[in-house]
Design a protein around this ligand. Sequence first.
Ligand code: XMP
Length: 416
Amino acid sequence: MKKQLLLILDFGAHNNQKVAKIARAANVYCEVKPYNISLNDIKNMNPKALIFIGDEETTEPDAPEKEAELKELGVPVMEYGNQKEEEQVKSFIFDKCSFSGGWTTQAFIDDMVEQIRAQVGDKKVLCALSGGVDSSVAAALVHRAIGDQLTCIFVNHGLMRKNEPEQVEELFGKQFNMKLISIDAVDRFLDKLAGVDDPEKKRKIIGEEFIRVFEEESRRLGKMDFLVQGTIYPDIIESVSNKGVVKSHHNVGGLPEDIDFELLEPLKWLFKDEVREVGEALGIPHEQVWRQPFPGPGLGVRVVGAITREKLNYVRESDSILREEIKNAGLEKSIWQYFTVCPGCKSVGVKDGKRTYEQAIVLRAILSSDAMTADVAELPYTLLTRIATRIVDEVDGVNRVMYDITPKPPGTIEWE
Ligand code: XMP
């Protein structure tokens, strides 16, 4: 497919993804680059149009000079595109520049399948499948291109939600018929985590142990040439701005740095919503691709303090009830994240006329657009009480339920 490129040049915009998202939503392929990339690079990219983005307070001192140079290229230019209405940007793209709008999900898939085949040839590819949206879609796309040349490794660390490991095995192993190596590393992770109550130490152990298991398994497979990474476009835009590195991008929970692989990053030009659309077009179920964010260390950061199998069970079972009730109430799409936490404190209660001394569970449901800030979701009171009743009735060992009403900041979304 011959791509028509809309090049967005970032002169220091506070939000450097806004215009790109408008263009992509209108099926126009665009890339965001720092304003000071060389004129030669720009010419080589052969853009059909340029949009400058920037905010008054962040405008760079050499910006006027650079803008003048860019206008000499003879390509249509829109200035301060990020400060324009939605409709003005589209009018520039279609009315002034006559973009065809052919950047569709199917066109992307066809194009990428061809590119992956050309890049990989007859070599072997490895993928760490976590069950998360990005790695799932990346694996499905690579599998569409090269079939059995791809091997996926799925590590069950025992910190996943109810039925998740089974769902990964069913979907990718059976329905997609991928070469899937599923490792039951539950004992190994929980042994390493036993008695560790410091949140950072827990995260470190989970990350490192994942790398160890992955390394051992990949060594067993012999030489693999490529490693699939679920990098997506915001990771790249956020990593490289004209101000240097904003956030060092660190996908897939820190895979081994010393492994000798070439990277295959088939989603690196897509925004999250585009990744989801590609996932659905490839046959991944709707619920799977639209699922809420889930932290890499999984339920490990939702059991406060030292992790035990019992506490994991309280969280897993109560989380499953919460998710079922939110779904039944039709609120799944309107809440950014909802989950339960085991704070690890016991309290006295009474059940069937007898004293109990059992664990408490915290419900958390928040609204957000980017996880940087969050508001508490105002769940209907009747829904909250139904969830609380079900949890104390159905989860053995839990006798009390609380609702966390702390926004971010000052709280964080997760408890650890
Ligand atoms: P916090 O708790 O920092 O979370 O407000 C912000 C968002 O990030 C998710 N989160 C993680 N995601 N690995 C991830 O992939 C992690 O270690 C991790 N910790 C938090 C969290 O669920 C929320 O969406």
